[in-house]
Design a protein around this ligand. Structure first.
Ligand code: NAD
Length: 462
């Protein structure tokens, strides 16, 4: 099938590359020229395991193209994905201006034939109908300009009766395993009032649904949830809100463990064995971050308030998470007393391992707070340190390896659970530090091994 993906970030590029990999003919549109040039040369602008390989194969097989030309993309795609960002505004509501620009642009460029427009971006409930309205507005503006061209006897664009339907197809991929998640989804959600559009989408995803590209092709087909637009949009928000609440919940339990005794890791394992609860998302630590949880929970709070409902659980979830980041500062104060003049080394900067994404990363809050208190902050991150990217990073010196990081530190804080942080030479690092304190913000390291090396080890709730 012919597919157009508008917006080539973590979601759009992975979606485009994976759909090309399964055999569709994909064009990816982005208004960032530098990014498009990079992708045209076969390089991925983001760090995502497995992405460069499938991207290069798709390019070699002529299954994927990149362009800044929206009209070209609209013309090509029978299925057109909107995958632009929807960041949070300062009041918490979703900033939908990029979706708006794209929807109007789609309307202005729709010509003849039938197209399915897919909201893949996470958009507030009701956005399916709103996008339909914007596309119609774009079409009307375009036909006005065609009429005025007719009146001026200019050559006409033969635009004829375009038809389209809207589908909400929210994305659940996780950064760091986005390619794997796209080929092995837990479910595919399709929301639309059009049976024709749903059928087209079922065809688009048939090989993924049938696990032809899955790590275990013998599993039962991927469940496809076919529903209305609003429910599909709500499924995305509810899923992210639930996961964020689950983490905030276990962090709250960890904080109680810290006071009364008990090991939150044992507690999480004990409650997680209950099949109604499950083991996942019960790792206590510094709290969640990233581009999605915070903005999606805030947007849901905002939408509910617009409709007269106060979301007490969701507000508490955000408050607990905010406190959880600051808890690390408190633990450093308990271990070192005055932080002014001390040097703190952060192990990890990105909000999770295997990504280069720094959006709403807990490390950024820590850097702000520690520098405000007069500490010097250093950091080492396996990707950020090598990439040279420093956007959004200030008040921190980024070191090229863990030993340079440890040199002169009064404490280390494990912020991101990169696998390689388990293998560091903590013995050598301790010999370079002023004081051997380590705060394990993810309960990830081996307490006994570190204590045997002379570290004062502080976990979260254990
Ligand atoms: N990142 C994730 O893990 C994730 C997971 C699930 C859902 N989502 C949702 O998917 C959407 C995209 O997220 P992302 O992280 O990929 O965003 P991103 O910021 O990484 O990428 C957005 C891309 O859209 C491009 N863009 C903006 N305006 C454009 C326009 N008018 N025309 C063409 N391109 C334009 C930008 O240049 C950028 O490349 C968001 O709504 C997000 O909530 C993200």
């Amino acid at each position: 099938m012919k597919v157009c993906v508008i917006g080539t970030g973590y979601v759009g590029l992975v979606t485009g590359a994976c759909l090309a990999h399964v055999g569709h003919e994909v064009i990816c549109i982005d208004n960032n020229e530098a990014k498009v040039k990079l992708m045209q040369s076969g390089q991925s602008p983001i760090h995502e395991p497995g992405l460069p390989e499938i991207l290069q194969t798709a390019i070699a097989n002529h299954k994927i193209l990149f362009s800044t030309n929206l009209a070209e993309g609209i013309n090509h795609g029978e299925v057109i994905f909107i995958a632009v960002g929807t960041p949070a505004l300062t009041d918490g509501q979703s900033d939908t201006r990029y979706v708006e620009a794209v929807a109007k642009g789609i309307g202005a460029n729709l010509k003849s034939g039938y197209k399915v427009i897919v909201n893949k971006s996470t958009v507030p409930i009701g956005s399916g109908d709103w996008v339909r309205m914007l596309i119609l507005d774009g079409m009307a503006e375009n036909s006005d300009s065609i009429k005025s061209d007719q009146e001026n006897n200019l050559e006409l664009n033969p635009g004829l009766n375009p038809e389209f339907d809207i589908v909400s197809n929210p994305e659940f991929l996780r950064e760091g395993s986005a390619v794997h998640d796209t080929f092995n989804p837990d479910r595919i959600v399709l929301g639309s009032s059009s049976a024709k559009a749903i059928e087209l989408m079922q065809n688009l995803y048939s090989s993924i649904r049938d696990r032809q590209f899955a790590s275990d092709p013998n599993l039962a087909p991927v469940p496809v949830v076919v529903t209305d637009l609003n429910s599909a949009e709500m499924i995305k928000y509810a899923a992210n809100a639930f996961l964020a609440v689950k983490i905030s919940f276990i962090n709250e339990i960890a904080n109680i463990c810290d006071r009364v005794g008990g090991d939150v890791k044992e507690v999480a394992s004990g409650i997680g064995l209950d099949s109604r609860i499950g083991q996942k998302f019960l790792n206590a630590g510094i709290g969640w971050g990233g581009s999605c949880f915070g903005k999606d929970v805030s947007a849901l709070i905002h939408t509910a308030a617009d409709y007269g409902y106060q979301t007490e659980i969701l507000k508490a979830c955000i408050n607990v998470n905010t406190q959880q980041r600051l808890l690390i500062v408190e633990k450093l104060q308990q271990a070192l007393k005055i932080l002014k003049g001390k040097t703190i080394g952060l192990l990890g900067l990105t909000f999770k391992p295997d990504t280069d994404d720094l959006r709403d990363a807990p490390a950024l809050t820590l850097i702000d707070q520690l520098s405000r208190l007069g500490a010097k902050v250093k950091a080492y991150d396996p990707i950020v340190s090598q990439s040279g990217m420093r956007d959004g990073l200030s008040n921190v010196s980024v070191e090229t390896d863990a030993e340079r990081l440890a040199d002169g530190c009064d404490a280390l804080v494990l912020v991101t659970e990169w696998q390689q942080f388990r293998e560091l030479d903590y013995g050598k690092m301790s010999s370079l530090m002023n004081q051997n304190v380590i705060i394990d913000g993810r309960n990830f390291l081996d307490r006994e091994a570190l204590e045997a090396l002379g570290y004062k080890y502080v976990g979260i709730g254990c």
